[in-house]
Ligand binder design. Structure first.
Ligand code: NI
Length: 204
């Protein structure tokens, strides 16, 4: 082992700091990938979750799926706490909708991967979702309101589906065209810090 070379056996210093990662924006094809189920909830998943929270809070957003930072694993982070309330971080690993209501609700959705675009989306008003927590323990919850909408939006991401798939083709084509053009011209698609600051809209 020569001087100045890296000893492969030496332990990597533990880096405690979480990292903000770049958010993948349409038309990036990775957003269309079907993510892989998590086999074991290990340290790498916990690091991924830490980075997802860091990225989500910085955006700011209320929900994030791993594929939105380019990791095709079925992991979702969420925090639906109101602006001045204490944070309520929630993690859903391998989330699956096991039941959905016939009754629907409509919500003005947005997505961190489609910056500054909002449209009303109709979805089942209530869902049951099965998932694993960070200890690998299975849970099933019944959700309504914003949680139901957000869970469906994020589970869609794990299946390569975007909220614009639920709106009219005309509107979807229009928004895709705009982002394709921006990508072609190399424009930064990273949004300016939202001045309206309505985090409820930035679903993720
Ligand atoms: Ni989204």
């Amino acid at each position: 082992m020569g001087f100045g070379s890296i000893d492969p056996v030496a332990p990597t210093p533990y880096i405690a700091a979480m990292a903000t990662r770049d958010i993948v924006i349409i038309p990036d094809k990775r957003l269309r990938l079907v993510s892989e189920p998590v086999k074991t909830v290990d340290k790498s998943i916990r690091t991924l979750v830490d980075d997802m929270f860091e990225t989500m809070y910085a955006a700011p957003g209320i929900g994030l799926a791993a594929i939105q930072i380019g990791v095709a694993q079925r992991v979702v982070t969420m925090d639906l706490a109101k602006k001045d309330d204490p944070p309520e971080p929630q993690v859903f690993i391998n989330p699956v909708v096991t039941w959905s209501s016939d009754v629907t609700s409509t919500y003005d959705e947005g997505c961190l991967s489609i910056p500054e675009y909002y449209e009303e989306v109709e979805r089942p008003a209530k869902v049951k979702v099965k998932y694993l927590d960070l200890d690998g323990k299975e849970h099933e919850i019944e959700a309504d309101g914003l949680l139901a909408t957000c869970l469906q939006h994020e589970i869609d991401h794990t299946n390569g589906v975007l909220f614009i798939d639920h709106i009219s083709k005309l509107k979807r084509d229009r928004v895709m065209k705009k982002f394709k053009k921006a990508a072609k011209h190399g424009e930064s698609t990273k949004p300016a810090h939202p001045s309206d600051d309505v985090p409820e809209h930035h679903l993720g």
